[in-house]
Design a binder for this molecule. Sequence first.
Ligand code: GTP
Ligand code: MG
Length: 500
Amino acid sequence: MARWRWGFILVGLLLGLGALLLLTDSLLRLYTALALVSPLLARLVLGAIVLAGLGATGFSIYQLGPFLRPRRRQRLPQAPRQARAAATANLEAVQRQVEQIQDQVARQALQQKAQALQSVQGDRDFTIAVFGVGSAGKTALINGLLGQPAGEVGAAMGTTQSQQSYPWQLPNGPQPIQLIDTPGIAEVGVAGTEREQAARVIAAEADLVLFVIDDDLRQAEYSVLQSLMGMGKRVLVVLNKADRYPQADLDALLERLRSRVVPPLSPNDLVAVAALPQPLPQVGGGWLQMRPNLLPLQTRLADLLRQEGETIMADNLLLQTQQIGASARQVIDHQRQTQADLIIDRYQWLGAGAIAITPLPGLDFLATAAINAQMVVELSQVYGCEVSLEEGKALALSVAKTLAGLGLVKGTVDLLALGLQTNLATVLAGRALKGASGAYLTRIAGKSFVEYFRQNQSWGDGGMGAVVEQQFRLNQRDAVMKAFIKEAITRVVPIISEQP
Ligand SMILES: Nc1nc2c(ncn2[C@@H]2O[C@H](COP(=O)(O)OP(=O)(O)OP(=O)(O)O)[C@@H](O)[C@H]2O)c(=O)[nH]1
Ligand SMILES: [Mg+2]
C-alpha cells in the first residue's frame, strides 16, 4: 500500500481516538446527571447510545473496506483472455504440426513465424496498416495523424515503394501504436504486383487495417477488401479527399459504400476525411484552401482502441496462428502426397508383370488381383491412420468390387487397348493389355485410398463409388494417359517378351 495511505490511516486513527475520549467523557457526564433522576433511565439511555455507536462503527468499516484493501491490477476483459488462451493452445498445436514437416526450408520458415508470434504475445504495440490503391492518400493520411511530414506524398502512383513504420500514440490513447505505410495496390507492371503482394502480407498481419479509398470502390479494391474481411481482419474504411465532394454527394457516396460491402459496413467503420485538401477554384475567381480534417478518423480510432483494442489484438494473434497452421497443413499434405505417389508408383508396376503372365478367370478378377493390401497399409501409415493388413485386404476387396460394379475395369481395358495398339504391334499389345490394366487399376485404387485417408478414413458424402469414379476421370486426362502408356510399354513388354 502507498505511504500516503498509511499516513492518512494514522492521522484518522489519532483523530478517532481523541473523538472517542471526548465522547466517553460526555457520556459519563450524561449518565451521572441522569442517574441522579433515575438509575434505570440512565442505564437504558447509555445502552442505546453504545449500541448505536457500535452499529455506526460496523457500517463505516463495511463501507470503507474496498478503499482499505489493496487494489487489484486491472484484469483483461473475458473475451480477449479467452482469445489469448485459444491462441496459445493453437500455437502449441501448430508448433507440433510444424515439426512433422520434412522439408527443412519450409519447416524453419514456419517455425520462425510461430516463434515470432510466441515472443510478441505479451507486450507489443498495436499495429495499424494503412492500405489501399496508389495515390489514395495513404501517406498524406499518416503524415496528418503524426502531425509531421514523415513520408513522401506525390500525385503519381507508386510514390511509396516499400513499407514504413511510424511509432504513434493517440492523444490520451490507451496504448502505443505502430502506423505502417504500405505501397499502393492494383498498380500495373511486375514491380507493382510485387509491391501489392508485400502490402497484402502487411495488411494480413496487422491488428487493424485502414483501407484508404478516394472514390467509390473499384473492382480491384472491392475484391481485396472482401478478402480481408473474409479472413476475419478488422478493417476501417477511410474515404479520403472528402474535400472534393459537395456534402450531398459525399453522403450519397458514403451510403453506397456502406451497402456495397457484404456484410454491410457498420456506419462506425466508414469515415470520411480530408488528409491534405487541395485548393479549389472559386466561381468569382481566386482559390479556396480548406483545412485538413482527420477528426472523424481520430475519434473513431480512439473509441475503437478503448473499447476493442485488447480484443482485436487477441483475435489477431489467433488469426495469425491459424494461418501458420493452415500453411503447415498445406506443406504436410503436399509431403504426404509425394510419399503416397511413390508408394502407388511402386505397387502399380510391382504386380503388373505377374498379372500379365497369370491366367485370370474373368475380367473383374483383374481388379481383385491387382490391388495390393500392403499398398493400402503403407498409404494409411503415410496419413497416420495405421490400418492393419486384414483391414487393408477388406478395403482392397471392396474397392475392387466397386471398380467392377461401376464398369471401370472394362472401361480401363478398352481405354488401354486403344492406347497400346497405337504404340505396339497388335499381338504384343494384346498380351501387354492385362498387365497394363492391372497397373492402371492399382493406380486408381491407390489414388482413391489417398482421398479416403486424407479425409480421416471417410469416403465423403458420395461414398466410395464417387471417389473411385472421380479418380478414374482425373487420370483419364490425355497427358496422364500418354505418360502411363509409355511407362507401361517399358515395364510390361520386357516381361511378356521373356514368356513363350
Ligand atoms: N484533394 C485532396 N487530395 C489529397 C488528399 N490527400 C492526399 N491528396 C493528394 O493525393 C495524392 C496522393 O497522395 P499520397 O499520400 O502520396 O498517396 P498514397 O496513397 O500514399 O500513394 P502511393 O504511395 O503512391 O501508394 C497527392 O497528390 C496528395 O496531394 C486530400 O485529402 N484531398
Ligand atoms: Mg504513399
